[in-house]
Structure formats: structure tokens, C-alpha cells
Design a protein around this ligand. Structure first.
Ligand code: NAD
Length: 440
């Protein structure tokens, strides 16, 4: 098949690379010429395991083309995916400017019947508005071509994006016509060869499914974080409670880890957008509003523990930070807990030494520059602990799991560890460490 993917960000790039891996010809279009030039020269805009090899192979075979020229792409495609960003607007709604500007670009350049598939996460009803927008421009252009629209939300996880895309748990397709379902099933059949994983539905339900998936996962995390906070005040241990409830098949073990809050480009904005959608339609969501509140509170839990231990004036104190990305396996720091923890500690007078295997550059670009003078970024994990008054673990990268505790003792002024992801065994207290965890 011949495919155009508009938006070469996390989703567009990964999806485009995976489609090309399956033998399709794929054009990845972006308005960011530096990103496209970089990709043509083998420079990836994101860190994602296995993506580099796939992009390189696809380009070498001529199956994967990066371009800023949408017309070149559309002239040679009959399926067009929209995978541009839908960031959070100030009122919490999804900002659809990129979606409609992509729709305008398509409508102004398209010259043949096509299927347009919205892969971006968009509020319920957006696909129909996109089709109407395109049809209006085609009428103005006085061009008689037929456009079909479909919704095909993306469920990949950053850090495992290629695996998720190549072996999806499910492929959700929202459409109105049997032939649209068939076209998309043909495209995806090579990804789900061992058994049928298609979930077919109407367009609005498909748009809603994406929000509900993220809202459900965010709710599980916030629920468990709330339980962790109750465990702390009652003397129970949330890690043991987790095992106690996870063994119930109706509950399961996934996404019930307590920690220092969720971040990333999706959960915070998608929960907010769903709240907004409910409100503009006259429904006040009670659970969702509190999922967000619990999470904002949870991002401050580590800072509160530092203040309880060291006092609220942190002048003269230096803290080592392990992990800046919002989760392991990615360099994405959007809405990361590290931003809240580091800025709050610096506001209280502290200095920071920080290490992350992948996310330092992104973090430097994202944090307010006024904080940069107070942060020393290090090239390895142990240097970030030298002469520090405590170590704060925020992101559970594998290299932090089993550190050399004796070396940490040599480096740290005080043997204090704040473990924001509950990865350390309480036994380290027998080696002289003070260990502060979440809910245990
Ligand atoms: P991103 O910000 O990484 O990338 C978006 C890209 O679109 C950018 O490169 C931007 O330059 C480009 N763009 C904007 N307007 C354009 C236009 N008119 N023409 C061509 N390119 C244009 O975004 P992302 O993280 O890939 O997310 C895209 C969508 O997928 C969002 O709706 C997001 O919620 C959803 N999603 C993201 C993830 C994830 O893990 N990142 C997972 C599932 C779904």
C-alpha cells in the first residue's frame, strides 16, 4: 500500500517506520524541516529502542521517505494518516490547531480519492469535523474527489513503541463503511497474523476508546498512590498490599505500583481533555477530576519527604537526582515528575546534581532556564551522588536498580535515599542507609 503519515513525531515516525517494515511505501511528512533533514541524515529526533535501525533500513530500501513536501506524498498515496500533536490548551481542552492545519494542507494539495485516518488522540466528534473541513475546501477548489474518514487511535507506549506497534494488543478502527474497515484491516493484517485483534466500532466510540484507555490507566495509578498515602499514615506497606490485591485476577498486577506520580505527553493531557469534554457537554466528572488532583499532589510527595528530613530551608544542601525522563526507556520529559521535584528543591535553596541515561538534553530544553545555574548534569550515575546530602530516585531506569551501595556511601555526605519508585529493598537500612519510599 502507499501511505502518507502527516506529523513525524513519536507516533508518526514509529508508525511510518513500522508500516514501511511491512513492505508498504510510506511518506512521512512534517512541517519541521530541521527534523526532516535530520531524519534524512540518520538523526532521530527521539530516543526509542530499535527505531534507528528500522528508519535506516526503510530509507535504504526506498520504502520510507521523509519530506516536507505534502503534495509529493499525497500524489503517491491513497491512505493518509494524521499523527500531529494535540497538546493541552490553557483551559484543559485538546488544542486542535495542528489537526486542522494538517487537514487544510491535505485539502489544498490532494488530487485523488483517499482515505484519511486520524491517529492523533482527538476529542469525540473531531473526525467528522475534519472531514467537513476538508470537503469545504475541496468544494472551494471546485474539485470533485471523494474522501472517507476513519479513526484509528494509537496505543503505543514510549520506550516500547516499536514492539507495541509491530505486535499491537488490539487495533481499534472507527469507521462508517464496510470498505473502510476492510482497507484498514488489510493494512494491519500483517501486524496481527497470529490472531485477529481488530476491534471495529463507530467513529465516536473509537475516539472515546483512546481517552478511556488512558484515563483508566491514570486512574489505576492515582488510586494506588492514594492507597500508598493511606498506608503511610496507618503503618501498612503498599508493596505488600499490591501483591495482595494483584493476585486477584479481576484486579491484576499491572499499573498498581505506587510512586511519585505519572507524567508524559499523554496521561495528563488526555485526562484533562476528557474532563473538559464532559464539562462542555454538561456533565461534571467526579472521579477524573480527582485522578488529576491526586497526581499533582503525588508529584510533590518526594519534596515533602525531603523537607520533613532536612527542613524547609535547603540552602547549603545538594541532592543527587537519578532519572529525569517521565519513565524509563524514553528521553521524553513532558510533564515529568523530575521537573516538579527539581524546581521545588531549588526554590527552597538546594543545589542539584542530575543524571539520566537519555533525557538530559531534553530536560535542559524543557526546564525554565533560571534553574539551570543550580543544576550540574553528570555523565554517569555515581558522579551525580558525589558530595550530595541525599539521593533522590525519580525514574526507575534499570541501571539504578542494583547500584554499588558502598560506593554510594563513599560519595554521599549523608546516607539518605528517597526512592520515588519503591525499587530498593528495605534491607539497605541495615547497611546504614535511611530509606524513604512511597507508602511503605
Ligand atoms: P509530537 O509532538 O511528538 O509530534 C507531532 C509532529 O507533528 C511534530 O513533529 C510536528 O512538527 C508535526 N506537525 C504539526 N503540524 C503539522 C502539519 N500541519 N503537517 C505536518 N506535520 C505537522 O506528537 P506525538 O507524541 O507523536 O503525538 C501525536 C498524537 O498521538 C497526539 O495526539 C498524541 O496524544 C497521540 N499519542 C501519542 C503517544 C505517545 O506516546 N507520544 C501515544 C499514543 C497516542
Amino acid at each position: 500500500m502507499k501511505i502518507t503519515v502527516i506529523g513525524t513525531g513519536y507516533v508518526g515516525l514509529v508508525t511510518g517506520a513500522c508500516f514501511s517494515k511491512m513492505g508498504n511505501k510510506v511518506y512521512c511528512v512534517d512541517i519541521d524541516s530541521s527534523k526532516i533533514n535530520g531524519l534524512k541524515n540518520g538523526i532521530l529526533p527521539i530516543f526509542e529502542p530499535h527505531l534507528g535501525t528500522m528508519v535506516r533500513n526503510g530509507q535504504e530500501k526506498g520504502d520510507l521517505v521523509f519530506t516536507t513536501n505534502i503534495q509529493e506524498a499525497l500524489d503517491d498515496s491513497n491512505i493518509i494518516f494524521i499523527a500531529v500533536g494535540t497538546p493541552m490548551a490553557e483551559d484543559g481542552s485538546a488544542n486542535l490547531d495542528y489537526i486542522f492545519s494538517a487537514a487544510t494542507d491535505i485539502a489544498e494539495n490532494i488530487s485523488q480519492d483517499s482515505l484519511i485516518v486520524v491517529k492523533s488522540t482527538v476529542p469525540i466528534g473531531t473526525c467528522f469535523k475534519v472531514k467537513e473541513h476538508i470537503d469545504n475546501i475541496l468544494t472551494e477548489r471546485n474539485i470533485n474527489i471523494h474522501i472517507d474518514i476513519a479513526s484509528n487511535p494509537e496505543f503505543l507506549k514510549e520506550g516500547r513503541a516499536i514492539e507495541d506497534c509491530m505486535h499491537p494488543d488490539r487495533v481499534v478502527i472507527g469507521a462508517e463503511k464496510e470498505e473502510v474497515f476492510e482497507t484498514l484491516k488489510d493494512l494491519y493484517s500483517s501486524f496481527v497474523l497470529n490472531h485477529d485483534r481488530f476491534v471495529l466500532m463507530d467513529i465516536k466510540s473509537s475516539e472515546m476508546t483512546k481517552y478511556v484507555a488512558n484515563a483508566m490507566l491514570a486512574t489505576k495509578i492515582s488510586f494506588m498512590n492514594e492507597i500508598a498515602n493511606i498506608c503511610e499514615v496507618t503503618g501498612a506497606n503498599v508493596q505488600q498490599v499490591r501483591l495482595g490485591i494483584g493476585s486477584d485476577k479481576r484486579i491484576g498486577y499491572d499499573f498498581i505500583y505506587a510512586g511519585c506520580g505519572y507524567g508524559g505527553s499523554c496521561f495528563p493531557k488526555d485526562v484533562q481533555a476528557l474532563i473538559h469534554t464532559a464539562q462542555v457537554n454538561g456533565y461534571e466528572p467526579m472521579i477524573l477530576s480527582n485522578v488529576e488532583k491526586v497526581n499533582l499532589n503525588q508529584k510533590k510527595v518526594l519534596v515533602n519527604k525531603v523537607v520533613d528530613r532536612f527542613g524547609s530551608d535547603l540552602n547549603g544542601q545538594t541532592f543527587g537526582i537519578w532519572g529525569l525522563s517521565f519513565k524509563p526507556g524514553t528521553d521524553d520529559v513532558r510533564e515529568a515528575t523530575s521537573l516538579v521535584v527539581i524546581t521545588s528543591l531549588i526554590d527552597k535553596g538546594a543545589k542539584i546534581k542530575a543524571y539520566d541515561p537519555e533525557a538530559i538534553d531534553e530536560f535542559k530544553r524543557t526546564i525554565d532556564e533560571k534553574y539551570l545555574d543550580s543544576i550540574e548534569f553528570t555523565k554517569d550515575r555515581y558522579s551525580a551522588t558525589e558530595n550530595c546530602d541525599g539521593l533522590i530516585l525519580i525514574t526507575e531506569w534499570k541501571e539504578f536498580r542494583n547500584p554499588d551501595f558502598e560506593l554510594l556511601k563513599e560519595n554521599l555526605n549523608e546516607y539518605v535515599i528517597f526512592d520515588g519508585r519503591n525499587i530498593y529493598d528495605k534491607k539497605i537500612t541495615q547497611r546504614g542507609f535511611e530509606l524513604f519510599q512511597i507508602g511503605c
